[in-house]
Design a protein around this ligand. Structure first.
Ligand SMILES: [Zn+2]
Ligand SMILES: [Zn+2]
Length: 67
């Protein structure tokens, strides 16, 4: 299996093109093409402080209030 499908638009993409054409949704781990990719900041606990890390997410995992 060297092909994956975008969870949103169902476009076929090559597995090896991860980071070039698609990325994994941070929450559901499904492949998302760059057109459907959204980014969200999440709080992460570092060694001495908390910081915001920007992670890729799919439209399904996007908080509803964003519209
Ligand atoms: Zn897509
Ligand atoms: Zn998702």
């Amino acid at each position: 299996m060297d092909e994956v499908k975008c969870i949103i638009c169902e476009k076929s993409m090559k597995l090896r093109d991860q980071e070039k054409e698609w990325r994994e949704c941070f929450f559901c781990k499904k492949p998302v093409c760059f057109e459907d990719l959204r980014y969200v900041g999440v709080w992460r606990k570092g060694l001495y402080s908390e910081f915001i890390e920007v992670v890729p997410i799919c439209g399904n995992c996007k908080p509803k209030k964003w519209g």
